[in-house]
Design a protein around this ligand. Structure first.
Ligand code: G3I
Ligand code: 9MR
Ligand code: ZN
Length: 540
């Protein structure tokens, strides 16, 4: 099993199918799992040294298998995990990745009807104490827990919500099904109901007087590995920051556009909040970056610039309203950014570029549009080049297995998919699908980096609800951060010291730098899964 590496969920019938092999065999067979009949024989292409894993990796192409069914690969009498071939093979995981956001909800009871055995009582219902004015308390319940901890952070929330809303904006037909979550209204499909739960919390993070946005709502310290409802430490509302305010303005402007047809009143509320945040930014041109205050150590989400957040806000507000003021500001900030194509929680510039590239063509500055499009394509070409050279076709170089490396590969897949939407070149989709296959088991550890899915799923994520309950299986549908070669926690140090970068992963609850989960690692996965289903449903 361990040296034949495949996408453990399976493959849609018409996509390219490659397995990765780190053994000595030279020929392979594909057999039907039900009747053990050989359905394909083939040669294994010669191996080459792969820097990221420190191994010689070979490949075998079994794209000729298109008939729906369940199969396995046999090499020198050793079998791979079984896998399915079916055009709908990624439907369930798309819903599971999205349902995980419901299972991250804070401020409400997750009852058995929706959460099954991962139910828990309402949590973090107390008022938040303003760090800057401890005599002031504000109602701050709701939203999603960020990750394996119970903090709620605006910049992280903005990326997660943006990815879900872009998934809907691009692949609306694919997100009409129900995923068994409480309905916020019968006007909204479940994906928009779920994103609205976070947006409704985000409104509470905006200072009603100034329009600025508080950076985070969290306790003073990370709690022990307890259930959320057991975390009774005071909630602190940390100072306002310009990155949080910029992200807030952007994601609210994006939301205003996406909710317009389903819930116009909510859409208007989003736009009002976005413009209020924008006005604070205009009146406060100097960066107000966030650092954890002394002796306060929940997540920091620090940043060294707020240009990208202001850029994204101007782009979304312009695309949503068409107002010249936003376009002028966008053009001004564009001139200060050399490459605006990152989709991370710190550098959000890629979202601004995507917003501008999909703005009505008659409204854009064609010169800027062409520069942005050229750079966007160049970045996709660079991802393809790295993928083609990598032993597992991953878009990361050996020195890029950082904390949250699985977010990096999913962001890169998002970029490749969106590039295909711009230039309709299927080679970008092939590279994007390689990232998806890597996430689901086609990697040197044969690890499916999701909880609840695959033959070798994540079993011990750094995730307090999964650890604090008395249930063996972790909360399902969670994307693990993946290999991080810097060994930034003691468990990673103990388990991964001396290993090649892409092997620096340990499915151990203690390893938060390789095996935590976050809402903004799940959100690009929802986008990729949404595309793969949309492609099949619309036979792209
Ligand atoms: O980008 C640099 C890279 O150039 C360099 O080669 C590499 C060397 O290790 O470091 C890279 O930066 C790392 C960065 O993540 C990459 O995004 C930093 O070292 C690393 O410290 C940073 O870790 C962040 C971590 O918090 C610690 O601050 C993660 O991105 C971020 O996802 C994580 O977020 C935490 C929240 O604070 C709390 N909730 C859980 C969440 C996930 O673990
Ligand atoms: O659980 C925390 C996780 O969400 C953070 O990403 C991580 C790094 O900031 O910190 C984790 O909390 C640990 C703390 O940093 C050190 N003591 C043990 C805590 C639980 O692992
Ligand atoms: Zn909570």
């Amino acid at each position: 099993m361990e040296n034949i590496h495949i996408n453990q969920l399976g493959y849609q019938s018409n996509i390219k199918k490659v397995f990765y092999y780190t053994g000595e065999g030279t020929e392979f067979q594909v057999l039907n799992k039900i009747n053990n009949q050989v359905v394909l024989k083939g040669n294994i292409h010669s191996s080459s040294f792969d820097e990221s894993t420190g191994e010689a990796v070979a490949k075998g192409d079994f794209s000729d298998i298109k008939t729906p069914g369940e199969y396995y690969i046999l090499i020198d009498n050793k079998a791979s995990y079984s896998f399915k071939i079916d055009d709908k093979v990624y439907e369930d995981v798309k819903d599971g990745l999205l349902k995980a956001f419901y299972l991250q909800r804070c401020g409400m009871e997750l009852n058995e009807e929706y959460a099954g055995k991962w139910k828990h009582a309402a949590c973090h219902m107390s008022e938040g104490i303003l760090y800057d004015n401890p005599n002031t308390k504000i109602e701050i319940s709701g939203g999603w827990h960020d990750a394996g901890d119970y903090g709620r952070y605006v910049v992280a929330a903005a990326k997660a919500v943006a990815d879900l809303l872009l998934s809907y904006e691009f692949f609306k037909e694919t997100f009409q099904n129900e995923i068994n979550i409480p309905k916020s209204s019968d006007k909204l499909p479940d994906i928009l109901s779920e994103a609205k739960y976070e947006l409704d919390w985000l409104f509470k993070m905006q200072n009603p007087k100034t329009g600025a946005v508080y950076h985070k709502a969290a306790t003073q310290f990370f709690p022990d590995m307890i259930m959320p409802e057991e975390d009774l430490e005071p909630l602190v509302i940390y100072p306002e920051s310009s990155p949080a305010t910029g992200d807030f303005a952007a994601v609210m402007a994006l939301a205003s556009r996406v909710y317009k047809n389903n819930d116009n009143k909510f859409a208007e509320k989003c736009l009002l909040a976005a413009e209020k945040a924008w006005n604070w930014l205009i009146n406060n041109p100097e960066p107000a970056l966030f650092k954890n205050p002394p002796n306060m150590n929940s997540g920091e989400y620090g940043d060294d610039s707020d240009f990208d957040e202001r850029y994204w806000a101007a782009a979304e507000l312009y695309r949503t309203t068409g107002k010249i003021e936003y376009h002028d500001n966008f053009k001004n900030i564009f001139s200060k950014l050399s490459d605006a194509n990152t989709l991370g929680w710190a550098d959000m510039s890629g979202y601004g570029t995507i917003a501008y590239l999909f703005t009505e063509k008659s409204k854009v500055d064609l010169e800027i549009y062409e520069v942005l499009k050229t750079r966007f394509i160049e970045k996709a070409e660079a991802f393809k080049e790295v993928s083609e050279k990598d032993g597992y076709n991953v878009t990361l170089k050996a020195n890029e297995y950082i904390w949250g490396s699985n977010m990096e590969i999913l962001n890169n897949a998002m970029h490749l998919i969106i590039c295909d939407m711009l230039v309709h070149d299927h080679t970008y989709i092939d590279a994007a699908i390689h990232q998806w296959n890597y996430l689901l088991g086609a990697n040197s550890l044969s690890q499916c980096y999701l909880s609840g899915y695959g033959s070798k799923p994540i079993m011990h994520p750094h995730h307090r609800p999964s650890e604090g309950d008395d249930i063996l299986e972790p909360v399902p549908g969670l994307v693990s951060g993946g290999p991080c070669s810097a060994l930034l926690d003691s468990r990673a140090e103990a388990d991964c010291k001396g290993k090649a970068p892409a092997k620096c992963f340990t499915d151990n609850m203690e390893s938060y730098s390789t095996n935590e989960i976050t809402i903004y690692w799940n959100s690009p996965a929802v986008f990729v899964a949404g595309y793969l289903n949309y492609k099949e449903e619309n036979k792209k």
